[in-house]
Design a protein around this ligand. Structure first.
Ligand code: ATP
Ligand code: MG
Ligand code: MG
Length: 551
């Protein structure tokens, strides 16, 4: 197992504990429930929960639910189950920013009373124009000098539902000429006559992200509020609110570089588009970069946590190679997944010199290194091998079965191909072979047999479906498109190949949902969480045995 990369926040936390600045650290993971969690969120989860775990602190799960139109209970449930699946436990019950709406409202009133907030009637378009640009200072809103009494009255009437959406907004009175756009009288409250999944119809005004986030951190006693770099220039505003409100404590915000992974989309909006437009089969489609997608694909929580250790935490950014994630899951499955044999494109083999009616129950270890017991493979006259393991006209270096050549059946005997039976169209439909009865567990006398192929018994194997998943995007940067194109143009048309009529060894017949295996010579697979049934298993390819991209 490779070493973890650096995390620049670890020494900061350590120093804060050693100096006594904090007796205990509190972090939080703050998703907006407007989609499923993706691999980028895993980085933030491992960071926030990981620091709390490492330093004996606590991490809260807080839903940042200030935008009711896009949010849904389905997402809340999925997020909770994904965080748990990754192996983390939040402190106490999950929290909701909406739990703090009453307090935030009081704090908005507090700012109005202090002359630091006002009700503004500019339309969103006008407000944008007044805001100016990076090169040009903004102009004060004509409503900026309203009296405290008028502001209190209008804000109460906004809350009472007297005005339509967008007619007014509550803004902080800071500095319309600030070089930091976030300080140009940012919006604190908007009018939105919308039903909220937690608060129902209680509110028709909703606080902005900026007015909610830091104060929620303060209410919860968060010590280190860790977010991605886009929020770096929100930090002065985050601190302005803490300095101007009677908050119980002053959390500090730290920023780190978000995870970008090549061949992968990590934007909830685009992932939602893939789902809504039917490019994939739901949020948990095994090709999705969602945690529920990786879970269904066969990734282990440990492999994702290990990946997050490997990439480290810094402020530099960059793009991580997907092969690191694939490395992490291969390493885990190689060490921990049971071995089994499954023939994807079955070709019947009749071993003509093997006595009719005879069956030998061969025992093969379930794992080459770990003691995981054995599995039993009945060996008799008829078996299946993979059609690609026999070639009449073999390419150079071919080590499998050829006419008159020999190969070892994994865990069994050496066989020789004697005759290929064909249908009228010339397709090979069956092989006639003979076996060497002195080769079970030992090398044949006087000759070397190089190839080893997998096989299953014809009668006792179970028919199954195998879904070969590959990367959803065929280019490293799916966001890069032709003029007028979209990331959808970069979808890999071969990202899913469904094989029916595959044959699995008997031990696979009752694979438990999500149980993981190495199918020898084929790759790592897991029984599909939803579609696999006892006696009729469905397997998803998690990852190939080796990295075959870019070769
Ligand atoms: P998206 O852009 O996909 O909508 P988001 O940042 O809006 O992501 P949130 O639900 O607000 O989604 O994210 C919750 C937490 O996860 C935030 O603290 C955010 O910084 C973090 N996060 C989101 N995407 C990434 C990423 N790619 N890498 C690291 N952290 C991320
Ligand atoms: Mg966000
Ligand atoms: Mg977002």
């Amino acid at each position: 197992t490779s070493a973890a990369a650096a995390n620049f926040l670890r020494p900061i936390v350590q120093a804060d504990l050693e100096s006594g600045k904090h007796a205990k650290i509190v972090t939080r993971f703050p998703p907006e429930p407007n989609g499923y969690l993706h691999i980028g969120h895993a980085k933030s989860i491992c960071l926030n929960f990981g620091l709390a775990e490492e330093f004996g602190g606590e991490c809260n799960l807080r839903f940042d639910d200030t935008n009711p139109a896009k949010e849904d209970q389905e997402y809340i449930d999925a997020i909770k189950s994904d965080v748990e699946w990754l192996g983390f436990r939040w402190a106490g019950e999950e929290r909701y920013a909406s739990n703090y709406f009453d307090r935030l409202y009081e704090w908005a009133v507090h700012l109005i009373e202090a002359g630091k907030a006002y009700v503004c009637d500019l339309s969103p378009d006008e407000a944008r124009e007044y805001r100016g640009s990076l090169t040009e200072p903004g102009r004060n809103s004509p409503y900026r000098e309203r009296s405290v009494e008028e502001n209190l009255d209008l804000f109460a009437r906004m809350k009472a539902g007297e005005f339509p959406d967008g007619a007014k907004a509550l803004r902080a009175k800071i500095d319309m000429a600030s070089p930091n756009m976030n300080l140009r009288d940012p919006i604190l409250y908007r009018i939105r006559h919308a039903h909220h999944h937690q608060t129902g119809d209680k509110w028709c005004i909703y606080p902005s992200y900026d007015f909610t986030h830091g104060q929620s951190d303060a209410i919860e006693g968060v010590t280190h509020s860790i977010c991605t770099l886009e929020f770096e220039d929100h930090r002065p505003l985050y601190e302005w609110f803490l300095d101007n409100l009677p908050v119980p404590c002053k959390p500090r915000q730290y920023e780190f570089a978000r995870l970008n992974l090549n061949y992968t989309i990590t934007s909830k909006r685009k992932l939602k588009q893939l789902v809504d437009e039917g490019h994939v089969n739901g949020w948990d489609d095994p090709r999705m970069s969602t945690l529920s997608g990786y879970r269904r694909r066969g990734y282990t929580p440990a492999s994702i946590r290990h990946f997050c250790d490997l990439i480290g935490v810094n402020r530099a950014g960059g793009v991580v190679d997907i092969s690191m994630l694939e490395f992490a899951i291969r390493e885990d499955l190689d060490a921990n997944a049971a071995r089994a044999m499954c023939v994807l494109k079955p070709l019947k083999v009749v071993i003509t010199n093997y006595p009719e009616g005879q069956v030998e129950n061969l025992e093969l270890p379930r794992h080459p290194k770990q003691d995981m017991g054995v599995r039993v493979l009945p060996f008799s006259r008829e078996i299946y091998i993979d059609a690609s393991d026999f070639e009449e006209v073999p390419p150079a270096g071919y080590k499998r079965l050829i006419p008159g050549g020999e190969v070892r059946l994994r865990g069994s005997y050496v066989i020789r191909a004697d005759e290929a039976m064909k249908d009228e169209a010339g397709n090979i439909v069956e092989l006639r072979c003979s076996y060497d009865e002195n080769t079970l567990g030992k090398n044949p006398e006087g000759r070397k047999v190089k190839g080893v192929i997998h096989w299953v018994p014809a009668a006792e194997s179970v028919e199954c479906e195998v879904r070969l998943y590959d990367r959803l995007f065929r280019v490293a940067n799916p966001e890069k498109t032709e003029e007028g194109g979209s990331f959808l143009d970069n979808i890999n048309p071969d990202s899913l190949v469904v094989l029916k009529g595959c044959r699995a060894e008997p031990s696979l017949a009752n694979a438990a949902p999500a149980e993981r295996f190495q199918f020898e010579r084929e790759g790592y697979f897991c029984a599909d969480l939803k579609d696999s049934k006892p006696g009729a298993p469905v397997f998803n390819r998690t990852v190939t045995l080796r990295d075959s991209w870019g070769q």
